[in-house]
Design a protein around this ligand. Structure first.
Ligand code: ZN
Length: 105
């Protein structure tokens, strides 16, 4: 089974909805001057880290959608080989085949 464009778009919408949610959370910036025991600051920093991850994911998904539209989706950017469909099912935004991804890591 291949990853469909609809699937990528759905994941992008989900990520955007999540980003909205985190952004609302971040609007209530806690007072960091309160010192120790300020759990609000901790939650806020967690949300900040989460937002970074979501933003990165949105970038990756947008890129994947762009590649899908141009017909480059599922092709390794390093060696030009087809990326294993099973790999794409697990990581729909993968830009490299298993072999090249392993070389980088
Ligand atoms: Zn490759």
């Amino acid at each position: 089974m291949n990853v469909s464009l609809q699937q990528l778009e759905q994941e992008l919408r989900d990520a955007e909805a999540e980003l909205d949610q985190v952004n609302r959370q971040l609007e209530e910036k806690p007072d960091f001057g309160l010192g120790a025991g300020n759990t609000g600051g901790f939650t806020w920093e967690m949300a900040l880290a989460r937002r970074e991850r979501i933003e990165q994911r949105i970038d990756e998904l947008q890129e994947a959608i762009a590649r899908y539209t141009s017909g480059d989706y599922g092709v390794c950017q390093s060696c030009g080989a087809r990326i294993d469909p099973e790999r794409l099912e697990i990581i729909p935004t993968a830009t490299e085949c298993m072999d090249c991804a392993r070389k980088v890591a």
